[in-house]
Ligand binder design. Structure first.
Ligand code: MEZ
Length: 532
């Protein structure tokens, strides 16, 4: 499968492998990291960003592709909507059928509310399903939420919203316990204790996993629980605008059937946005590890309704996206591969960094190795460096790869690459939006009774998220949003429904001289704009 040139480079990797096995690879200093990020991390490439002209973040920079959607036309422009003809009436409307939405639904249902999930694809078609390496929680004797807090704060460049980060780490152990009791099959030692590993930037082993399909396993259980509880699911139906009442409270959403384009009205006392990320916007032309539906829809809906964004200018490029073969270009190669000891190695067999630096630093370091130092390996799609997977079995024994990362083994084996025997080529891939809609510790936005959970939230992870803190945040903040929403809906008396905020936003665009030929939310990727 590998080209002759790749095979020659593999010989160099093999030649240095034995010596590298016990090498203690130096960590970068804070200054080295800062300089590296400024020069090579895509977040620092000014040409990838635009300044918003309207809305709560007027004057702030966000990725150009996102700015274009935030400042685009509503799908309702010129469409007559009858808000008094209500198709769905519910207490808690959850937009999004991934892990955060499912967790919110379960808790809202537990709280006695009538719950409706609306999802533009199927229940479970979401980034949660694609998560591989695991979920962090400080539940071991040598660990504590305070240490977890410090790790995440350092990784997030000290920009994390303190009360959100506090909630994340304090409720981490209970979140893993909840999942375990619901039936998630975590990896366990023969005595029943959870097996935990390191991730980039963690000072303790607190990554709990279900092999390398942790997200799929978690989503399997959450989806079953939602279905078993009889929670209403409206699938293949997107939310295309939020609805408020004349007092400015959230009051539901305008929905669109994805197959027929039929417009439907959902009236709700509370709404939870759980729409996930934005990888399919392919910022700066990067490939993505994200699910097909990751098009930032929730950010568009929330922003039009007046909710500010926090850190929308920071994205996570997962250091190890598959760089070869083309069929899996950009697919996630879990960080667990590095947790198990595989090193990042250049064309000449040199391990150029400690493999467990934080993700932003690791991604920038790979980009530097390829673009500045010219030590990358050419592929059909661009460049890559080696991730030396055969080291794993040398370090932990034969059979470890099959046992701990079977998904990786199969993904590459399909293309004739046996990762137990040969290294694989990787390059950063767009993986996560660190920023999103601003919430308070109760999960509520500045719009009364509008909650957000999961990847659509900004602030929890500061300017860079650590591995495994996303599966944790969808559970902690998903459950929290569901609990808070079910509590809040008990006192809600909705007034007349209105889309005045959509009209106001349209006027703001006109006054700012913005003429857009785009409509948003995008809902599905277009694939006309990807460049290398
Ligand atoms: O949290 C993540 O993004 C994660 C666990 C990814 C991975 O490398 O497996």
């Amino acid at each position: 499968m590998y080209t002759l040139e790749m095979q020659k480079s593999i010989e160099a990797v093999e030649a240095t492998r034995q010596a590298r096995l016990n090498a203690d690879l130096k960590r970068m200093t804070a200054d080295e990291k800062e300089n590296l990020l400024k020069k090579f991390h895509p977040d620092y490439k000014e040409e990838g960003f635009s300044i918003l002209k309207i809305g709560a973040n007027k004057g702030d920079k966000v990725p150009t592709e996102l700015a274009d959607l935030l400042q685009a036309n509503s799908r309702l422009k010129g469409v007559k909507i009858n808000l008094s003809k209500v198709d769905y009436d519910t207490d808690v409307l959850i937009i999004g059928g991934g892990g955060a939405g499912a967790s919110a639904a379960i808790e809202a249902n537990e709280g006695g509310a009538k719950v409706t999930i609306v999802t533009k694809l199927r229940m479970g078609d979401a980034n949660t399903m694609m998560a591989e390496g695991g979920i962090q929680a400080a539940d071991k004797a040598n660990d504590s939420p305070a240490i977890h807090y410090l790790d995440a704060l350092g990784g997030g460049h000290y920009a994390n919203t303190p009360e959100l980060l506090r909630k994340l780490v304090m409720e981490g152990p209970a979140a893993v316990k909840w999942l375990n009791e619901l039936g998630v099959m975590f990896d366990k030692a023969p005595d029943g204790t959870m097996i935990t590993t390191h991730g980039g930037g963690t000072s303790r082993k607190r990554m709990h996993a279900a092999k390398d399909y942790s997200g799929a396993e978690i989503m399997r259980v959450l989806r079953d629980e939602v279905i078993n509880r009889g929670i209403e699911i409206i699938d293949f139906t997107a939310a295309i605008e939020l609805i408020k009442d004349t007092e400015g409270k959230i009051a539901g959403a305008v929905l669109m059937n994805m197959e027929t384009n039929q417009i439907l009205i959902a009236r709700a006392k509370t709404v939870v946005i759980a729409t996930g990320g934005a990888g399919r916007l392919h910022y700066q032309g990067f490939p993505t590890s994200n699910h097909y539906g990751a098009t930032a829809d929730g950010l568009i809906l929330g922003y039009r309704a007046g909710v500010p964004l926090l850190y929308a200018d920071t994205l996570q490029y997962h250091p190890t996206g598959a760089a070869f073969p083309s069929q899996i270009f950009g697919a996630l190669v879990t960080e667990k591969v590095r947790s198990l000891g595989a090193q990042l190695v250049n064309r000449d067999g040199v391990a150029f960094m400690n493999p467990l630096e934080t993700r932003d630093v690791s991604a920038a370091s790979i980009i530097r190795e390829c673009k500045e130092r010219n030590n990358g390996i050419e592929t059909q799609e661009g460049l890559g460096v080696w991730l030396d997977t055969p080291m794993i079995e040398l370090l932990h024994g034969e059979g470890t790869i099959e046992k701990r990362i079977p998904g990786m083994l199969r993904m590459f084996m399909k293309y004739g690459i046996d990762i137990r025997k040969v290294p694989i080529l990787v390059y950063p891939t767009l993986h996560y939006q660190n920023g999103g809609l601003k919430i308070n510790a109760n999960g509520m936005t500045c719009v009364q009774n509008l909650f957000v959970a999961g990847e659509a939230v900004g602030g929890i992870h500061g300017r860079n998220r650590l591995m495994g803190n996303s599966l944790l945040d969808i559970i902690v903040f998903g459950r929290n949003a569901g609990q808070q929403a079910s509590k809040a809906c008990k006192d809600v008396k909705l007034k007349t429904l209105t889309l005045q905020h959509v009209k106001d936003f349209e006027n703001e665009m006109k006054n700012a001289g913005i003429k857009s030929n785009k409509v948003s939310p995008l809902l599905l990727p277009t694939y006309t704009h990807r460049n290398k």
